[in-house]
Design a protein around this ligand. Sequence first.
Ligand code: KIV
Ligand code: ZN
Length: 395
Amino acid sequence: MTNPNYNSASERKIIILDTTLRDGDQSALGTMYPSEKMKVAKHLEKMGVERIEAGFAAAKGNYEFMSGVAQTLKNSWLSGLSRCVNRDTERTYEAYKNYQKRMIHLFLPTSEIQVSAKMKKTDDELIKITRSSVTYARSFFDKVEFTAEDAVRSNWDFLKRVYFEAINSGATIINVADTVGYAETEEFGRLVKNVAGYVKIINPNVEISIHCHNDLGLAVANTIAGIKNGAQQVEVTINGLGERAGNCSLEQIVAFSKVHPESFSTNVLSGEIYKASKMVSRFTGVRNDSAPVVGKSAFAHKSGIHQHGVINNKESYEVLRAEDFGRKSEIVIGPHSGYHGVIAKARELGFEISQEQAALILDVVSEKVQREEQKRFDDEDIRKILMEKVLALAV
Ligand code: KIV
Ligand code: ZN
């Protein structure tokens, strides 16, 4: 599937693995019902998402949902998260066994802090677990992703040992996880470059994946740094939903690729993103009105100088083409607005007004704010002011 919106897409195509239905569903703020998750799964496939992580088969209810998705989807790869224990692998296989494009995602903590908090195993024991779990998973799945959980805070020599073992046991995708959103951007880029260099020597066909959390607000920046340093797959979620402060957002990665087409491209149909975002917001109750790309204000202009600019040329204050993301550029009237914006807004509402009449509207808006009567002015409010305070004076 190709994206019809832009012609100059880079030759470097990045694979999107969407984990809204797994990591996203782990958000403390919202849980989706299975029927809602099914709608999201169908829409992700329609959007051109190559790989969908539909759940964690060991978690209650996930197995049933994953089996249902496997009976419904056709094109996207379906992945299932699995601990490095054989019964998780078997459960994931059971859910997906009749689906051709199935894959599994094994994960094992590798940082000292996580190993001692959760596993209490020696390095040698972890290596042994890696070997046996990947080998076992490969007997059910042709595609096996292996994640070193908290890779970013792991010892480099140990990380290499674990990845080496995973690859030699049959892993086809190696994932570098910034599980706690700890990494500094340049440092993360360097780590991905080192992992990619190391992995490709062992087996050039093994793909490099990255998974960034947003605890320091760096998930998107770090994901882009990872891509620039060799990542071929990125793990993202709609609206950046996920554990704690969330994951890297799908929409921001796609938007970046539109604005910087020389860097990379994706197969995602950007025109479907807003629908996906609204769906996930509605189902989870989690909404961020100021979010890039999908937020209410992402293409809205309130100040007079900005309004004047975009009325003459949208690109003066918009780096994305709103229509490409199913959005519309918008003029919002407030006390910072200028007469260019008010005239444009009135025209949108079906009225041709003069500069003087626009100034009268701005006076009313400004006075209402100064008197602390009203702070938001939607189209209906502006129409009312126009009819009552401006056009009434004209007759
Ligand atoms: O954050 C993380 O490390 C994860 C893995 C299980 C991929 O979600
Ligand atoms: Zn995660």
